[in-house]
Structure formats: C-alpha cells, structure tokens
Design a protein around this ligand. Sequence first.
Ligand code: ASP
Length: 416
Amino acid sequence: MSALKKIKLPGWIFIGMILGILAGLGCMYGMADGGAFTTANLKPFGDIYINLLKFLVVPVVLTSIVSGVVSLGDIKRVGSIGWKTIVYYLATTAIAIVIGLVFANVANAVGLFPVLETSGLEYEANSSNVMDVIKGIFPSNMWQSFSDANMLQVIVVALFLGAGILLAGDAGKKFSEVMESAYAVVMKIMGFIIKLTPIGVFCLMADVVAVNGPKIVGSLMIVIGVAYVAYIVHFVVCYGVSATTLGKVGFVKFVKGIWPAMVVAFTTTSSAATLPVTIDCSNKMGSDPEVSSFVLPLGATINMDGTAIYMGVTSIFIATCYGISLTLGQMAMIVLTATLASIGTAGVSGAGMIMLAMVLESVGLPVEGIALIAGVDKLFDMGRTTLNIVGDSTCALYMSRLDAKRAARLAAAAKK
Ligand code: ASP
C-alpha cells in the first residue's frame, strides 16, 4: 500500500497506458469484436476526460495569454519574446518537414512504400488556401471565436486584450485583476482534471489498441513506421539539442519532465486538450510561468512539427501510389506549404489530415489520395501530436532563458 502511495502522477499515467494497452489486446484477441466492446464501454469515459480538458482550453488560452502579456509588463518584452518564439516555431517546423521528406524519400527509394490501388478513391476536401488561413485568424465576433473554440482567433483576442490592459495603465488594472483571478481559478480546475489522466489514458488506449490493432498489421504499417522514425529523429536531434543547449535542461530530465504531457497528447491526439498538462510539466521543469503562459498556448495552436513531418511523409507516399515522382522544386513547395498548413492546423484530433489537402493541392497531387491513409490517420496523429507539444515545451524553456538574460542585461544597464 505504502509502495503504491509513493507512485507519483507520471507513474500512474504510465501504468494507465500499459494497462490500457493490455486491456485493448485482451479485448482484441479475446472477443469476436473487441473494438466494438471498448468503443461502447471504455471510450465514453475517455471522451469524458477529453471533454473536460477541452472545456478548459478556451479559458486557459484566453486567461493565460492575457495574464502572460500583462505580467510581462511592457509591450517591448512581449514583442521581444513574441518574435523570437515565432522564429523558433517556424524554423523547427521547417527542419521537421525536411526530416520527414528525407526519410520518406529514402524509404521510397529502397522500395519500402507499398503501392496501393488508387482508382475509385474519393475524398471530399474542405478547400482552404493560404489566404483563407490568414484571413481566418482575425475574428469579426469575439464571442463566436470562443464558442467555436477557434484557437488562432482566441489568441488574437487575448493578445489585443493584454496589450489594451498594458496601454490603459491604471484604468486597465481592475480588468487585469479579474483576468488574473480567472487564470488562478482555471489553473486549480486544471490541476483537478489532470489528476484524472491515468483513468482517461487507460480508457482511450484500450480503445485505440482494440480498434486499430488489426489495422497496424495492414499494408500501411511501413508508412506509419517511417513517420514514427522521423518523429523520433526530430525529437532526439532537434528537440534534444534544443532542450540541452538552448534550454539548459539535461535530456533525461527533459524527457522525464515532459513525459506526462507526452502520454496525454499520445492518447487524446489534441495539443489543445493537452495544453493544461504541457503548461504544468514545462513550469515544473523550470520554465518561467510568465513566459510559458504566453509561449505554450501559442505553440499549441501554431507549432506543429509532428504534423509537418506527417504531411511530408504522406505526400511522398500518395505521390508514389499515383506513380508520380516529385521534383526538388515541388518538395521545396511542400516545405513551404506544410509549414503554413501546420500553422493553420487546429490543435484537435485529426485536423492535420484536413490541412493535408492544402499541401497536396499546392504540388498538384490528387487530394483523393488522402483516402488511402484516412483509415489509419489516428495512428499517425498519436505520434504527431506528441511531437507537437514537445516542441512547444522546448520553446518555453529556451524563451525563459532568453528572457532571464534580457532581464539581467537590463538590470546591469540600469545600475550603470
Ligand atoms: N492532432 C494534432 C494536434 O492536436 C493536429 C493534427 O491533426 O495534426 O496537435
């Protein structure tokens, strides 16, 4: 009993995941239709957990960004962290997609990719182009952004509110206190919901294994495998280097610290839903809460390196199935559009697949090809969401360090 008491939340999350996998395997092999059983009996509890996380997302993003901007104290500090964060996010995303393309091309060149039948495929794409994505960032009705949980719009609203409070000076104080108090309340609720993670993870994992188990054995296993190899390489090379050299946190400590958020991302397949846990883990690892409350909600919305890798790998795979070989120019185009598409991808389950249409269209690949991977998108999504939130966390560590340096520089200059 006392040994059980010693296990901390990350340990319980891990146990939940392992038990979930075992229960999923048990249902898959032990029942005629184990997938239907877990979907009817376990998944609803997992969905309740996801709903609880999701209902918090808009309040977390709104109150944390507003209080983040306000606690940064002056617009210059917001700007200084803001542009560096965006450059970091864009650069790592571009690296991710290059890694994805390299691995996919190598796998393709050595004949690992299966060539699937493409005749008769149908996929109804929601046509969205780059301009639509940019236009969609700016809300015409603030309340609608909240009720639609349109996170890019919520971020824009929060940035305006935060900047307005700072510029209003004394007149803005009361409003700022209300937002700060709301943030404290939201964080408390978040702490409670995070405690439910092991149960949520157990239910979701059991269902994913029981439903998708047989599919993993299918012909797409190699393509999924290539995406995961690229995810892992990006994790170790890009984020490992970033966490240790830029964030100054040892790799093992970083992996241990971000682990609970990784498991939640892996099982919920939503960066937005994972955000409360990502904030918690990053702050415990040493990120400055003032910085992370600004950098992390932004990252959960616009920084999607896993999604970018997925777009690169699946584009090459779809091209192969259609017998099309892409030129270097087309690949450069994929780097550009996948970077933009990943920014426009909402941090919710399955959003990356919808945005994949934009990437395929940009290089003239048939959008119907998405139907080839739609059935196993969940499996791609688990890995890509996990990578997405890890990237956000490395950025929070790095920006916290840069901000501390800036503060020290300013203090030294003030002494002179
Ligand atoms: N599920 C991913 C996320 O929330 C987005 C995607 O579908 O690529 O980060």
